[in-house]
Design a protein around this ligand. Structure first.
Ligand code: KG4
Ligand code: ZN
Length: 417
């Protein structure tokens, strides 16, 4: 089965094509035909964060050209492999030509007012009528995320599902991050491989720009959130601290680079930052106080003759910030394992690109004698491969085009309403 993944929850427009089959034991195995991510980070950088209406407009412009590129990439990898391609092609072409106009007519009044950019690019997409793409399932992120941005992906999934007459499954973005960590993206396209099968229950530490959660995974699709941030998410705290240090958005990777340089240079931190909630009995987090402590440190920083903080001061503060976050995460994760008896650790979300956090969790796991699954570097950030893989992981209920809705705040274990 060929699955198209669509991800537009934040500022990455992403599409992926995977093929799924079942092995003799009925276990799913997949291969990646193509996976593309178009980041809008540079555009949002000017605003110091993601600007939702700009993200929405950009997704609307990007999705159709990106789909075109995805097909080209997949063709280069030799897909689709069809023996009687020509006769199928003729039939599909005839069907598509008709469906295309029907789909356009049907969606003109509904999609066009909400997503004018998407509708215009879709209506101009002649290539959709010219090729044969035997896609059997569409997997689209329904939430959590920025609602206007999510809607663009949802509307695109609806248009395609009507055009291709194929079902759609809504996928939770955080589930995508969990599954992404069970996939080895080192083995490149067209090689069949299985998602790792951890020993359950697993504890997933999900750290991104919008979320910080500890989730018990009892089996695929069975989740229980046992801890979460009470204010800022880890990635948000990284981005805000980085901004206070004068770094561009998204600041996490820049701050992390400074932290490494500070360590290499042996710089001492000018202040000791707090480790918020590290001793609390629960599995919750709080990062806004840490950001405020960085603000005070910056305000009280010694300035040079030009009125500027020294580079060394900023780098040392970056290191202290990263150490504080890492210690809190490792400590809360250990507590969560104690409480739940989890037998595996899964790390996911954009912040899992951070080397210090990755290394620390590997040490934590080794001390406890349990395995840890980390996402490959190519898929730590938002991508559609993880969304397509989530659909392949177990059978999700499919929805009709009209039932699909963006669910901006939907948590992992919340039932559909
Ligand atoms: O999962 P993600 O790509 O998007 C959301 O769903 O939020 O996460 C993005 C977040 C941003 O806050 C970014 O600064 C952070 O991940 N991030 C990092 C690193 N790379 C990305 N934070 C710290 N260290 C990094 N190396
Ligand atoms: Zn994410």
């Amino acid at each position: 089965m060929i699955i198209l993944g669509i991800e537009t929850s934040c500022d990455e427009t992403a599409l992926a094509l995977i093929e799924k089959r079942l092995d003799q034991q009925g276990q799913p195995e997949c291969r990646v035909l193509a996976s593309l991510v178009h980041s809008q980070a540079d555009l949002h950088s000017a605003y110091g964060g993601v600007y939702p209406s700009l993200a929405k407009r950009e997704h609307g412009h990007n999705l159709v050209p990106l789909l075109h590129q995805l097909f080209l990439k997949a063709s280069e990898a030799g897909w689709p492999e069809t023996e009687n391609k020509e006769s199928i092609e003729k039939q599909v072409l005839a069907d598509l030509a008709k469906n295309f106009q029907d789909t356009i007519d049907m969606n003109r009044s509904e999609v066009s007012p909400q997503n004018p950019e998407l509708f215009e690019t879709f209506a101009a997409a002649h290539f959709l009528k010219e090729k044969i793409w035997p896609i059997e399932l569409i997997a689209v992120t329904e939430g959590p995320g920025l609602e206007p941005a999510l809607w663009v992906g949802i509307n695109f999934a609806r248009l395609l599902s009507e055009l291709w007459q194929c079902p759609v499954v809504p996928i939770n973005h955080m589930e995508g991050h969990i599954v992404g960590s069970l996939w080895s993206d080192k083995i490149r396209a067209t090689t069949w491989q299985k998602l790792a099968v951890p020993e359950w229950p697993a504890i997933a530490l999900l750290i991104s720009g919008g979320h910080t959660e500890l989730v018990t995974v009892n089996s695929p699709g069975q989740y229980q959130i046992i801890g979460q941030t009470r204010d800022d998410a880890v990635g948000e705290a990284f981005d805000k601290a980085a901004r206070l240090l004068g770094l561009p958005y998204p600041g996490g990777p820049h701050l992390s680079l400074w932290a490494r340089q500070a360590e290499d240079l042996g710089l001492e931190s000018p202040v000791k930052l707090p480790r918020p909630m590290i001793h609390s009995e629960d599995c919750d987090f709080s990062f806004s106080g840490l950001k405020t402590a960085v603000l005070y440190a910056v305000r009280e920083a010694p300035l040079d003759t030009k009125g500027l903080m020294s580079e060394d001061f900023k780098k040392a503060l970056a290191l202290e910030f990263e150490l504080a976050v890492t210690e809190v995460l490792a400590s809360k994760l250990s507590r969560a394992i104690e409480v739940t008896g989890a037998r595996t650790i899964i790390l996911g979300g954009g912040v899992s690109a951070n080397t210090r956090i990755r290394n620390r969790l590997v040490i934590t796991a080794a001390k406890l004698g349990i395995p840890v699954f980390l996402p490959d570097h190519q898929i730590t950030g938002d991508n559609a491969l993880m969304i397509a893989l989530a659909a392949a992981w177990y059978d999700h209920p499919t929805l009709s085009a009209t039932e699909l809705k963006a669910q901006g705040t939907k948590t992992l274990n919340e039932p559909r309403v």
